[in-house]
Design a protein around this ligand. Structure first.
Ligand code: ADP
Length: 459
């Protein structure tokens, strides 16, 4: 699960708990307040009734229904009331309350006030049972009731609002969190995109710093700092390889001329043979150091690509001429097949070097009597140069690795000459031309190397 989704889910879950707890508390408080207010009103009415009863009994009368009707129009609006004596006989019932009482008289001895809900005359009421204590007449029971529909309706409305409000608030907060998190993570997406694009070849790539000075900005700037250091380390390593291979050339040239001189001067056949072997190794070393220098230059982008309009047929014919002797020596036929003459923007010398490397390999890994064919194919704004051989082929598991530096297939390590740098150079040159290099091979049948170049590539 992505961090974004986790944040949205966890926040929504926590807010859900908070909103629900808040709603429950609000509802309970409102409920207590609403009923408390109604109960206080009932108690106030009970006091008025007590005063009325006191007043009347002082005049040796007991209030009648008419008195209470009168009283109701003055202060007890909306209330229903009933007075019973201590034995439960109804003395006043102006309200047509249900005659049976749900409260036993002695219940009120233990609890001076009992509040309950009741349905009276088909309506919902809150009723209060209490006592009217008189010095001479003793105790009366008073039941007084007020409609509770208004309070219930208010509470129902509040419940509805809270029940609907919690999910709505949750949806709004989840959307807000999602928008905020997406905004906060957007620079990170750009960050990942840039980091993805950074490879050995484009160590110059840097992350664009976001304008706000936040954590992402400091992460990006730390990363850029690290990339600076890596770029410097790579550059100094390439420089070292380039310097080393350059420095080695002069001593190698001197060794070669000294060896050649010694070979000429010496008449002893076995000594001359040994010097010949040493000369071959010097040649190998020279070509190795040349290749290393070329690769270091390609890597450091110090190499200058001098593109001109190159006629491919001429370039390939040149390659064939150069490789004719090698092919003849090996007994391999070298064939050029061009259907369409095309011109491409390329650095002639470098492209020739790349093609020669591939043709050289094709001849090197061919059997005597085989054929190496060079063909071209023009399609979709690009030209393909295919070099096909009928040699030993390359194992499938090696195909992806042969372009790596110093990689040689297992069978070649002890056999044919080579250093494993030729194809790395080819790839470097092809990439400098914004092209691609591909290989297809079947063991025992041969290989096809394809260089694809854009016909109107950037110059
Ligand atoms: P090398 O100097 O060893 O030829 P390359 O980089 O040119 O180095 O090639 C790398 C490896 O790829 C070679 O060692 C060889 O094993 C394999 N290879 C390249 N071209 C061919 C080919 N035409 N047929 C078979 N194997 C090949």
């Amino acid at each position: 699960m992505s961090i974004k989704t986790t944040i949205v889910l966890v926040t929504t879950f926590v807010l859900g708990i908070v909103f629900t707890a808040f709603s429950v508390i609000v509802y309970q408080k409102a409920k207590a307040a609403y009923w408390g207010r109604l109960d206080a009103k009932l108690q106030g009415y009970a006091t008025t009734v007590r005063e009325e009863v006191d007043e009347q009994t002082n005049e040796h009368r007991f209030p009648t229904v008419a008195d209470f009707k009168d009283l109701r129009s003055r202060g007890l609006a909306g209330s229903l009331l009933r007075i019973l004596d201590s034995k439960g006989n109804v003395l006043v019932d102006d309200t047509l309350l249900d005659s049976q009482s749900s409260i036993a008289p002695d219940e009120l001895v233990r609890r001076p006030m009992i509040v309950e809900h009741a349905v009276l005359r088909g309506e919902r009421y809150r009723t209060l049972w209490t006592t009217i204590d008189q010095a001479q007449q003793g105790r009366y029971l008073l039941q007084i009731a007020l409609p509770s529909t208004e309070v219930e309706a208010s509470l129902q409305l509040l419940q509805l609002l809270l029940l609907a409000g919690v999910p709505i608030a949750l949806i709004i907060s989840a959307i807000s969190v999602h928008i905020i998190v997406r905004g906060a993570f957007r620079p990170l997406a750009a960050f990942v995109h840039t980091v993805d694009a950074i490879g050995e070849k484009n160590l110059r790539e840097r992350i664009l710093l976001p304008r706000q000075k936040n954590e992402v900005r400091s992460l990006a700037s730390t990363f850029n700092g690290m990339m600076d250091r890596i770029e410097r380390a790579f550059a100094s390593q390439r420089q070292f390889v380039a310097d080393a291979s350059h420095e080695i050339r002069t001593p190698l040239a001197i060794i070669r001329s000294e060896l050649e001189f010694a070979q000429k001067q010496n008449n002893n056949e076995s000594v001359r043979e040994s010097i010949g072997t040493a000369l071959e190794e010097v040649e190998r070393l020279k070509s190795l150091s040349d290749n290393l220098l070329t690769l270091a230059r390609i890597d450091s982008a110090a190499v200058v690509v001098e593109k001109t309009e190159v006629r491919l047929d001429e370039l390939l014919a040149d390659c064939i001429r150069k490789m004719k002797n090698v092919a003849e020596k090996k007994g391999v036929a070298l064939v050029l097949q061009i259907d369409e003459v095309s011109t491409i923007p390329a650095d002639r010398e470098k492209l020739q070097r790349a093609i020669l490397n591939i043709v050289d390999n094709a001849l090197k890994y061919s059997y005597a009597g085989g054929t190496v064919t060079i063909t071209t194919r023009v399609s979709d704004g690009q030209v393909d140069i295919l070099v096909r051989d009928e040699g030993e082929g390359i194992p499938q598991e090696e195909l992806a690795k042969i372009f790596e530096r110093f990689h040689r297939t297992e069978s070649q390590r002890s056999g044919a000459e080579g250093s494993g740098l030729g194809l790395a150079i080819v790839r470097g040159i092809v990439e400098l031309h914004h092209g691609t290099l591909a290989v297809a091979s079947e063991q025992g049948k041969g290989s096809v190397f394809t260089i694809s170049l854009p016909l109107d590539g950037p110059t």
